[in-house]
Ligand binder design. Structure first.
Ligand code: SIN
Length: 493
């Protein structure tokens, strides 16, 4: 039987209920606290310190002090710590997955997938740490030589979202620590427990005092964000979350001109062409739409289907969606868990009602699941979607599939690119010439061809337009935490 409550944890110390500063588990300077709830049952599962600016200042000071020695550690040593941390994640996968499921709502199977995905970033950046190197640059002046090398930028603030609280911390902090930066983590208030468990394992892996610090906050998030943005010691800030908050952070960081990575909203197009294999299209759509109950930045939000396959695809997809079991993530066989917030159900209902008002035809679902206690929404399929509907402009972030019909490739591209953001996208086609053509024409950072998942530590994850800038993971991920220095040498006698 699957574990069901936090009492089932094998390693009880992975469940922490304090912030973490300079290798100490601490309360908020103000003494304030906030509660964390299981979105599947609405039961309170933890009470944590509501930290503020004073706590941020302490954490940043600890990270800044630690940076003075951490930056001088060898890349091989940092790689060893990262590998050990990755191994510890895999060793404690059951406990980490249980904590994640209980605070976020995703199923245990998905939570284990996230632990593995999270650990893979640590292993990946362990490799990348040792591959950071500079260049010898030829100069026109024969009496001079230029050498470049790369150095860690300084203290890095890692602001992680609630939808992937493990993988987004390891994707950011793994890269930062590999580069030689020390870190201050700010997990989302809804899902801080997974990050705190990661801090336990990072410490156990051997990372030195002050190199990892965790600030917990829910209601004081603006004060915490302000303090991180204003601090002159924080030289890099990496954020995953909404475009609205990303823009705010960019403005706040402009005074100290911090280096920024912003992985923001997506509104991904998912385009099914007439020549697609039906089975591939359905499988990819289920993955792209229902992973994490539709709450991923790259979730398929606008599903464009060519007219020749529209009805067949809609029927096959609806049949598949109907078969998905909905319920608390800890229950066996569940595929779709709750949404993480109450307001997420409200937002999805607003999108569904707006689609109906504009002629959308709800062929499956379309309502909250009142028989379950948590934030559950019936998996929903809507046909006859139109450009004027809210879903065209805004991500629904819920298990709601809206199908738009199109005739030509040009029309699909026009609809897909008529959007302020550009993060992920998916195309389903058996025609490889078309796959290349459409990939090159889409205004996005990533394109999945005949699949519904863009997650891999090797992938430079990130977007264009108002989806932000910077890349996480891949060869590029570590560069975000490095600065280039050049050495100009006079070689004339
Ligand atoms: C995200 O939703 O921001 C991350 C998804 C992923 O890495 O797969």
């Amino acid at each position: 039987m699957s574990p069901k409550t936090l009492n089932d944890l094998k390693r009880k110390d992975l469940l922490q209920s304090k912030g973490y500063i300079n290798e100490e588990w601490v309360d908020a300077a103000s003494g304030k606290t906030f509660d964390v709830y299981d979105p599947a049952t609405l039961d309170k599962i933890a009470t944590l310190p509501e930290m503020g600016a004073a706590d941020v200042d302490k954490a940043v000071a600890a990270a800044h002090a630690a940076f003075q020695t951490f930056k001088k550690t060898s890349a091989r040593q940092r790689a060893r710590w990262l590998r050990k941390w990755s191994d510890l994640c895999l060793e404690h996968i059951d406990d980490l997955a249980l904590i994640l499921t209980l605070e976020n709502g995703k199923t245990l199977a998905e939570a284990k997938g996230e632990v593995t995905y999270g650990a893979s970033f640590l292993e990946w950046f362990a490799g990348e740490a040792e591959r950071v190197h500079g260049e010898v640059v030829p100069t026109a002046n024969l009496n001079q030589r230029i050498l470049t090398f790369k150095q860690p930028i300084g203290v890095a603030a890692c602001l992680a979202p609630w939808n992937f609280p493990i993988a987004m911390i390891t994707r950011k902090a793994g890269a930062a620590l590999a580069a030689g930066c020390t870190t201050v983590w700010k997990p989302a208030g809804e899902t801080p427990l997974s990050s705190l468990a990661q801090a336990v394992l990072a410490q156990e892996a051997g990372f030195p005092k002050g190199s990892v610090n965790v600030i917990t906050t829910l209601n004081t998030v603006q004060e915490v964000g302000d303090a991180l943005c204003k601090s002159k010691f924080v030289r890099k800030l990496s954020f995953t979350g909404s475009t609205r908050v990303g823009k705010l952070l960019a403005k706040q960081c402009s005074d100290s001109l911090k280096k920024l990575s912003l992985e923001l909203g997506g509104n991904s197009p998912f385009i099914v062409f007439d020549d697609a294999k039906l089975e591939t299209a359905v499988e990819a759509c289920i993955m792209a739409k229902f992973r994490n109950s539709g709450q991923t930045c790259v979730t398929a939000n606008r599903i464009f289907v060519q007219s020749g396959i529209y009805d067949k695809f809609a029927d096959a997809l609806t049949a598949k969606v109907k078969s998905l079991k909905v319920g608390p993530g800890v229950e066996d066989g569940v595929f779709v868990g709750p949404l993480t917030h109450e307001r997420a159900v409200e937002k999805a209902m607003n999108h569904i009602n707006d689609a109906k008002k504009h002629g959308g035809q709800v062929v499956l679902g379309g309502a909250p699941m009142k028989d379950l206690k948590g934030y559950f929404l019936q998996p929903t399929v809507i046909k006859n979607m139109k450009r004027e509907m809210i879903t065209t402009r805004e991500e629904t972030f819920a298990p709601v599939v809206g199908l738009y019909e199109f005739e030509t490739e040009e029309e699909a591209l026009d609809m897909a690119n008529d959007c302020d953001v550009g993060l992920g996208s998916f195309i389903i086609t058996e025609n490889m010439a078309r796959a290349w053509r459409v990939t090159e024409a889409l205004e996005v950072g990533m394109v999945g061809v005949n699949l519904g998942l863009l997650s891999a530590c090797e992938n430079p994850f990130g977007g264009v337009k108002e989806s932000g800038y910077g890349r996480e993971g891949g060869r590029q991920g570590i560069e975000e935490y490095l600065v280039v220095k050049s050495m100009f040498i006079n070689v004339a006698n």
